[in-house]
Write a protein that binds this ligand. Structure first.
Ligand code: GLU
Length: 292
């Protein structure tokens, strides 16, 4: 049932995608520069990539404007996907040498620890808890927790109005943890799924009253369906997005940080942002990288 519902949403979203629309599933047109003769001294991750001749990247497939897979063409697009491609290019691998793995929120640490992906680019908040299991390059963007409700809702206007409301979010995410920790609604009113598109389905069907996660994710869903959905209130957290890498591969983390910094400095980040998250006209600038 749930799989069918999620698939229906994906298909509906793909069908709604407009050329160049903010949060649409359309390719931004970003073409990564592919570096030559790249070496990353002392990096087991880079050694594995080189031997394989391909990069395996963890992404999302249901987040419009961030990480989205077109149901018809199979193509991935969005801000995170372009960042992922930019990094692959800097490592010497073009878009045709990338294998994407769709990794839900709750599985990110596991797949990185098990070496099933080389790196993860998927709305992945950097925090100390996760740093015990994975490393983070970045941040390359800072989102903030927000709320998505039905367009005709007048009662939910911010986190303090959620008491007694049914709130949906995703297993293993920082926003669902915050709802619990701060008691924003009663424990019995928290509904969780593996993906945000499942929550959005529930919202559209009036099974839940609000979906909570990063504003960047929610704005993508709202822009796909502005007649029925809206994002309300101010953001109520900082969610610095990092690229998840194997925890002990410092050489690889440093290399990815170098590539991010170069993209901030040479305007590539701006091109990617303007073609995806910023396509609606919201200006954006890169954050400061944290080389811990
Ligand atoms: N950025 C938050 C997190 O990493 C929410 C988005 C997500 O679940 O991917 O948990």
């Amino acid at each position: 049932m749930l799989v069918a519902a999620a698939l229906a949403t994906t298909l509906a979203l793909a069908g709604c995608g407009q050329e160049g629309a903010p949060g649409g599933g359309t390719d931004s047109g970003f073409e990564p520069t592919v570096a030559e003769n790249v070496t990353v001294e002392g990096s087991p991750t880079f050694d594995a990539i080189s031997q394989r001749g391909r990069v395996v990247i963890g992404v999302r497939d249901d987040q419009p404007g961030l990480g989205f897979q077109d149901a018809t063409t199979g193509e991935f697009s969005g801000f995170d996907v372009d960042i992922a491609r930019m990094v692959a290019g800097g490592l010497g691998f073009g878009p045709d040498q990338i294998d994407y793995r769709v990794v839900p929120s709750a599985a990110r640490e596991d797949v990185i620890e098990r070496g099933e992906i080389d790196y993860m680019v998927g709305t992945y908040t950097i925090n100390d808890n996760r740093k015990q299991r994975v490393g983070f390059a970045g941040p390359y963007y800072v989102a903030g927790q927000s709320l998505l409700v039905r367009a005709d809702d007048t009662e939910i206007t911010g986190p303090e109005t959620l008491q007694g409301k049914i709130v949906c979010s995703v297993t293993g995410s920082t926003p669902i943890q915050r709802v619990r920790d701060e008691g924003l609604t009663e424990p019995g009113n928290i509904v969780e799924f593996q993906t945000y598109s499942q929550c959005v389905d529930q919202l559209n069907n009036s099974q839940v009253d609000a979906v909570t996660t990063d504003d960047a994710i929610l704005l993508g869903f709202a822009s796909q369906n502005p007649e029925q959905l809206k994002v309300v209130g101010e953001t109520f957290s900082d969610e610095p997005y990092g690229i998840g890498v194997p925890r002990d591969d410092d050489a690889f983390r440093t290399k990815v940080n170098d590539l991010l910094q170069a993209s901030f400095d040479d305007g590539t980040w701006q091109t990617i942002y303007d073609g995806t998250l910023g396509a609606s006209g919201t200006p954006g600038t890169p954050p400061a990288i944290d080389r811990y």
